[in-house]
Design a protein around this ligand. Structure first.
Ligand SMILES: *[C@@H]1O[C@H](CO)[C@@H](O)[C@H](O)[C@H]1NC(C)=O
Ligand SMILES: *[C@@H]1O[C@H](CO)[C@@H](O)[C@H](O)[C@H]1NC(C)=O
Ligand SMILES: *[C@@H]1O[C@H](CO)[C@@H](O)[C@H](O)[C@H]1NC(C)=O
Ligand SMILES: *[C@@H]1O[C@H](CO)[C@@H](O)[C@H](O)[C@H]1NC(C)=O
Length: 366
C-alpha cells in the first residue's frame, strides 16, 4: 500500500513537475518574445526619430540632419565646436549640404563635394555632424562648418533641390545624395582640397615613422657617390583594395580584380623613372600583398595580417611621393593627397577614370 501510495504520490509529483515545467516553458517563451520584440524595436528600427518626424514635420536643421542626412543618431555625438561662438544668424539664402553614406573615402568625397559646390554656387556649405565628427578626428584644417552652427534655425524643405543642375536661385538649397562625388568641381582647386585634408600631427608623425621603418628594413640601391641630386629615395605608395570590393566590382562593373601583373608592371615603370625607389604597400588584405607583391627587396607591406586603421593607411599613402592603386575612393584620395605621378587600374566606367582624366599626371594601365 505504502509502495502504491508512494508510487501514486510520486506520479502526482511528476504531474505537478510537468505542469511546473510547462509554466516554465511558457514563462521563458514570454520572456523570449519580449526580448525579440524589444530587439526588433531597438536595433532594426533605430530611426525612431524618423517615424516620429512623419507625425511632427521637420522644423529646424537639427531635425533635418537627424531624419534625412545621418545614418545614425547624432544627438550624443561628442563634438568639438568648430568655433567658440554660436552663429548669430541663420542662412539668409540657400545652403549646400549632403547625406552621409559609405566609409572614409566616400565621406571625404561627400565633404569635398559640399566644399566645392559652395565655391561654385556661392551658397553656404554645411556638412552634417555625423560626417564632420569622423573627419575632424583625422584632419586639422576643415573649413566647412557643421550643423552646430545652424541647427536651431527654421528650415523650409520646399526650397531644397537634389542636384546642382536643378538649382536655379540663390534662395534654393541643394541637398546632395549620399556617395556623391563631383571630381570635376572639386579638382578645379586640387591644391586647396589637399590643404583642406591636412592630417593631424599624430598621423603625420606615425606615417613618417612607417616610411622610415620601410627604408630601414627594405633593400634599396645605395646612392652612387658620383651622381648628384637625383639619388634621394623615392617613395611610391601602393593601395591594394580587395576583400568585399572584389564582389562589388563584379556586380557593378562585371570586372575582375587587378592581377599581381598590374602592380608589377606599374612598379617596373617607376623603377625605370627613378634611381632608388621604395614601394610602401597598404591594403585591406595585407596577406595577399605579402604573397603576391613582396618578392622584390624594395617592397614594404605596412602590416602583417590585420590591416592598419584606415586613417593611418591614408596618411601613409599621402606622405609618399607617387602612387599606384587599383580602384576605390580610398586609393583615389591617397593618390590625390600624395600629389605625385599616379598609375591606376584601367576601368573606363569607374570613378578612378573620371578623376584620372582630370589630372595630368595620372595614367591608366591595364
Ligand atoms: C530650374 O529651371 C529649369 C529650367 O531652367 C526648370 O526646368 C526647373 O524646373 C527649375 N527647377 C526648379 C527647382 O525651380
Ligand atoms: C530670398 O529670401 C530672402 C529672405 O528670405 C528674401 O528677402 C528675398 O526677397 C528672396 N529673394 C528671392 C529672389 O526670392
Ligand atoms: C618624398 O617623400 C618623403 C616622405 O614623405 C619626403 O620626405 C620627401 O621630401 C619627398 N620628396 C619630394 C621630392 O617631394
Ligand atoms: C583602357 O580600357 C579601354 C577599354 O577596355 C581601352 O579602350 C583603352 O585603350 C585602355 N587604356 C589603356 C591605357 O590601356
Amino acid at each position: 500500500m505504502r509502495k502504491v501510495f508512494g508510487g501514486a504520490g510520486g506520479g502526482g509529483g511528476r504531474r505537478t513537475k510537468m505542469i511546473n515545467a510547462n509554466q516554465n516553458v511558457l514563462f521563458l517563451a514570454t520572456i523570449l518574445a519580449l526580448c525579440v520584440i524589444s530587439f526588433v524595436h531597438v536595433f532594426l528600427f533605430p530611426l525612431y526619430d524618423v517615424d516620429q518626424s512623419k507625425k511632427s514635420p521637420t522644423k529646424n536643421f537639427y531635425d533635418f540632419e537627424q531624419s534625412q542626412l545621418c545614418l545614425n543618431s547624432v544627438n550624443n555625438v561628442k563634438h568639438r565646436r568648430t568655433s567658440s561662438w554660436k552663429r548669430l544668424r541663420c542662412p539668409r539664402y540657400g545652403i549646400v549640404t549632403i547625406m552621409q553614406g559609405g566609409r572614409l573615402g566616400n565621406q571625404m568625397w561627400e565633404y569635398a563635394s559640399v566644399w566645392a559646390l559652395a565655391r561654385r554656387t556661392g551658397l553656404e556649405p554645411y556638412v552634417p555632424r555625423c560626417i564632420h565628427v569622423k573627419l575632424e578626428q583625422i584632419f586639422e584644417q576643415l573649413s566647412v562648418p557643421n550643423y552646430e552652427e545652424i541647427g536651431d534655425c527654421p528650415i523650409d524643405l520646399a526650397r531644397f533641390v537634389r542636384s546642382v543642375d536643378a538649382w536655379n536661385y540663390t534662395n534654393q538649397s541643394i541637398v546632395l545624395p549620399r556617395y556623391s562625388t563631383h571630381p570635376d568641381v572639386v579638382l578645379t582647386w586640387v591644391q586647396d582640397i589637399i590643404q583642406e585634408f591636412t592630417f593631424k600631427r599624430r598621423f603625420q608623425v606615425k606615417s613618417q615613422n612607417v616610411l622610415r621603418l620601410a627604408a630601414a628594413t627594405s633593400y634599396t640601391k645605395k646612392p652612387k657617390a658620383s651622381s648628384s641630386g637625383t639619388t634621394d629615395l623615392v617613395y611610391v605608395g601602393i593601395h591594394v583594395r580587395r576583400t568585399d570590393y572584389i564582389g562589388y566590382l563584379w556586380r557593378k562593373h562585371a570586372a575582375r580584380p587587378a592581377s599581381p601583373a598590374f602592380f608589377h608592371t606599374a612598379m617596373d615603370i617607376f623603377e625605370g623613372r627613378y634611381e632608388r625607389v621604395l614601394f610602401v604597400v597598404v591594403s585591406d588584405d595585407p596577406a595577399w600583398c605579402h604573397d603576391n607583391l613582396n618578392m622584390r627587396p624594395n617592397v614594404f607591406v605596412s602590416s602583417r595580417t590585420i590591416p592598419n586603421a584606415p586613417a593611418l593607411d591614408l596618411a601613409i599613402l599621402a606622405s609618399c611621393n607617387h602612387s599606384i592603386f587599383d580602384y576605390g575612393t580610398f586609393g583615389i584620395w591617397g593618390a590625390i593627397l600624395a600629389g605625385g605621378d599616379t598609375i591606376y587600374f584601367n576601368l573606363t566606367k569607374h570613378s578612378s577614370a573620371r578623376v584620372g582624366r582630370l589630372l595630368s599626371n595620372w595614367t591608366p594601365l591595364n
